[in-house]
Design a binder for this molecule. Structure first.
Ligand SMILES: *Cc1c(COP(=O)(O)O)cnc(C)c1O
Ligand SMILES: [Zn+2]
Length: 483
């Protein structure tokens, strides 16, 4: 690891500790991932007054007409003036960020919204099938700037899939090292890590254990760390919000609803809005809703039961330490079908509190039942998603029922990952194999598959088949029948 140097006055981008009692700054080419002075999280900070920033957001749209330039094709680097930490010749891109803001009126109806007022930002359309690519392109760009070769992450699956793709699909000599908890990764994601040739280290333990180890290993061996403690990743993830605004004709919605795991996305979204407001590119800020799974509800617990808030950068972190000690004492591990958010020690907790503060945020928890039901509704009325993504829709429904979101509000739910990432959960929910349902979902407290679209078993006989089709198409689709 390189020795930190203080930044020089000429730096237009630098790293800065988020702790107001410290505020140490470091040059952008440092590889540190935690403040060497006080240990807190770092931000990438810009000297906006000396940087060329478009005066209006719609100027970014024009870049699409020159999309043969890979930087303008990328849905991340198209917005490069808003994450100006890298020289353009250093950018590592695989064409990420070609994502859709989808209208989904059937899902809107399920959530209780007026048709047209619920949109789904479908980040499953990224090259590796999740929003993580938005962050990876930025972190790999930084890794290239600092000459890193070996790159590592701990992952519940999608970070490792994205990391593996950026190593395999580019030619800068990157070598992927992935840490996963044993038995804790959905098959679609494990398949990607293996297929893309990553060194995959399965340790006995869960995500939080893997995260702890990868930090030690990165430190000891000087390997570049790709988890969302890496502030450069969050710079890339800001662009999800730029694309949401673009999809709305540059209008700011009333709500952004996002699942919360390590809280990188919610932190990045908050930073995006803080900067857009500072730059005068937006005049109002949406409210942010961060949705935890009930089996991994650290943020929700600390915010609702301990009133944990940002407090100008000095949140009462003793509360979180007490909570972690309690979890350890009781040997409690995170547990949810939404494996991408099965995290009890969110590394970006503090930055998320800042985002909640700036965006008048709320936090909720949803059960695995609510997640799987919402996922089935997204599948039947939208592009489909993995369980963790559906937490956003389940959370929006809950906030709607509580009257916090109004039916006429304009709401954007982030669908963080592709439907095919976790076929096990989907097949267990819809399938007829009761034993499999019990094993995958029943064991997690899911009691019914209310929106199951059961496969229909028919003898291999033409008349039987025709009779069955008539029966079901007369009665509406099998999926509407319920359990
Ligand atoms: C990583 C991930 C999350 C959690 O995002 P954080 O930024 O860690 O809060 C949610 N959904 C999916 C599909 C993910 O891959
Ligand atoms: Zn510090």
């Amino acid at each position: 690891m390189s020795v930190p140097t203080t930044m020089t006055q000429t730096d237009l981008a630098y790293q800065q500790c988020i702790n107001p009692a410290c505020r140490a700054t470091y040059a952008v080419d440092q590889t540190i991932f935690a403040c060497p002075t006080c240990g807190d999280l770092l931000d990438v900070v810009y000297d906006w007054d000396r940087l060329p920033v478009p005066s209006r957001l719609n100027e970014f749209e024009a870049k699409w007409s020159t999309r043969l330039d890979p930087l303008n094709f990328s849905g991340v680097w198209r917005f490069r003036e808003l994450l100006p930490f890298a020289p353009r010749e250093m950018v590592v891109t695989v064409g990420e960020g070609q994502t859709l803001l989808q209208s989904a009126d059937k899902v809107a109806q399920y959530v209780g919204m007026t048709p047209g007022n619920l949109k789904l930002q479908y980040e499953g359309m990224n090259p590796s099938g999740s929003f993580k690519d938005n962050g990876m392109t930025a972190a790999f760009t930084h890794a290239r700037m600092v000459g890193a070769r070996r790159v590592a992450c701990a992952s519940t699956g999608n970070t490792s899939a994205a990391l593996a793709v950026y190593c395999s699909a580019t030619d800068f000599g990157f070598k992927a090292i992935i840490f996963i908890g044993s038995g804790k990764i959905a098959y679609g994601k494990l398949a990607q890590a293996l297929d893309h040739g990553a060194l995959t280290i399965q340790i006995v333990g869960d995500f939080d254990d893997a995260m702890h180890r990868v930090r030690q290993v990165a430190d000891r061996l000087g390997i570049y760390l790709m988890n969302s403690v890496n502030p450069f990743r969050l710079e890339g993830q800001k662009t999800i919000m730029y694309r949401v605004l673009e999809g709305l004709g540059w209008e700011v919605p009333d709500w952004i609803v996002v699942p919360g795991g390590n809280l990188g996305n919610s932190s990045a979204f908050g930073k995006a809005f803080i900067e857009l407001k500072h730059l005068g590119l937006i005049d109002r800020v949406p409210r942010l809703a961060v949705i935890n799974a009930a089996g991994a509800r650290t943020l929700e617990y600390l915010v609702s039961e301990h009133n944990l808030t940002w407090r100008d950068g000095l949140p009462d972190m003793a509360a979180s330490q007490t909570y972690y000690d309690e979890l350890d004492a009781k040997h409690l591990k995170a547990s949810t079908i939404a494996s991408a958010i099965e995290i009890n020690r969110p590394v970006n907790l503090k930055k998320c509190l800042r985002a909640l503060d700036f965006c008048q945020g709320v936090v909720r928890q949803v059960s695995d039942q609510e997640i799987m039901d919402a996922k089935a509704r997204v599948g039947s009325g939208g592009l489909g998603c993995e369980p963790a993504s559906a937490a956003s829709v389940a959370g929006a429904k809950k906030l709607r029922e509580e009257g916090i979101i109004a039916p006429s509000d304009r709401v954007v739910c982030i669908l963080t990952g592709h439907q095919l990432k976790d076929p096990t959960a989907t097949v267990a929910y819809h399938g007829t194999d009761q034993e499999n349902f019990e094993k995958v979902l029943g064991s997690r407290g899911v009691h019914r598959a209310g929106f199951a679209n059961r496969p229909v078993v028919v003898p291999n006989d033409l008349d039987d088949i025709i009779r069955t089709i008539a029966l079901y198409s007369d009665a509406g689709s099998a999926g509407e029948a319920g359990a």
